[in-house]
Design a protein around this ligand. Structure first.
Ligand SMILES: [Zn+2]
Length: 295
């Protein structure tokens, strides 16, 4: 049985493997230089997918720079195992059957591949959706080796967004865990509660508000446990536990289709009968559930 708190120390996608070498991003022509160096390792990325080494291989298919790479937007990811790493944001036409999504592959990747793929997907999503200047509407240009965009009209500089979201294991006085299902999820898909942090809120305030809004509970003893980059499309999931003294639920049906308290016996019964898988292996939600189970 794992130690409960270790479950939040090696969360999938949150394992450091790269030296990001941020000081190199301003080197003039860095991407062009790296793409003309056969020692550089290139990862083609499109829409959250990248090629893997085998049909179900746990390794990404890094390759040497190719002739067409310079035509596409690219990101300098940093260095690992002595090799510079560049993600090239290629069009859909380049994808084939060897490509897999980060959602499918992410939990099985080693630290270098996990950090590189997660970073490339997050920046790819940002570049794809932030093509114009929010000040003047002009098309922006990729800059600093893929880490910013610049407006050629008003010279403004734009940085990638990461949206903080809280995700929380809420426990009642009988040590039961609260599980819920979003209205758009199929039957049998369950998770702990989660929601985006709003402007003007601390993380603890966001935990208390989301729980109150979604299921009508007042919580206390909000405690941070661990976090996870979640580039679908650009979140950072911040994991918490919280306790409530009164388990009476008042569900907001616009946000929650069902919510209920789970005992450890309930957990084993649901999983054993195949009604629920215990949560997605990739997500920090699964780790929060396991921590409660072993806690
Ligand atoms: Zn502008």
């Amino acid at each position: 049985m794992p130690y409960a708190d270790d479950l939040l120390r090696d969360v999938p996608l949150a394992t450091a493997g790269l030296d990001r070498c941020a000081h190199r991003r301003t080197e003039p022509g860095l991407i062009a230089t790296l793409l003309s160096d056969p020692d550089t390792l290139v990862l083609p990325v499109c829409d959250g997918h990248a090629p893997v080494a085998g049909p179900a291989g746990p390794e990404l298919a890094w390759r040497a720079p190719g002739e067409g790479d310079a035509a596409y937007p690219a990101v300098f990811l940093g260095s690992a195992a002595g090799r510079a790493r560049v993600a090239v944001l290629v069009p859909r036409a380049d994808m084939d059957a060897t490509w897999l999504g980060l959602r499918v592959q992410g939990a099985d990747l080693g630290p270098i591949d996990a950090e590189a793929f997660t970073t490339a997907v997050a920046l790819g999503n940002w570049h794809a959706t932030h093509t114009h200047c929010p000040r003047c509407g002009s098309p922006t240009q990729i800059a600093t080796a893929g880490w910013t965009r610049r407006c050629p009209e008003d010279r403004s500089e734009h940085f990638p967004r990461t949206d903080p979201a809280v995700i929380m294991a809420v426990v009642d006085p009988d040590d039961r865990l609260l599980l819920a299902r979003h209205p758009t999820w199929p039957a049998g898909r369950l998770s702990v509660l989660a929601g985006f942090v709003e402007p003007g809120e601390s993380l603890e305030m966001a935990v208390c508000r989301e729980v109150r809004e979604e299921v009508g509970l007042m919580v206390r003893d909000v405690r941070y446990l661990g976090d996870q980059p979640w580039p679908f499309p650009n979140s950072l999931m911040l994991g918490f536990e919280a306790r409530t003294d009164d388990p009476t639920l008042a569900i907001d049906e616009a946000e929650i289709a069902e919510a209920f308290w789970l005992t450890r016996a309930d957990y084993h019964a649901l999983v054993d009968e195949g009604a629920w898988g215990g949560g997605t292996a990739l997500s920090i939600s699964r780790r929060l559930i396991l921590r409660w189970l072993h806690g």
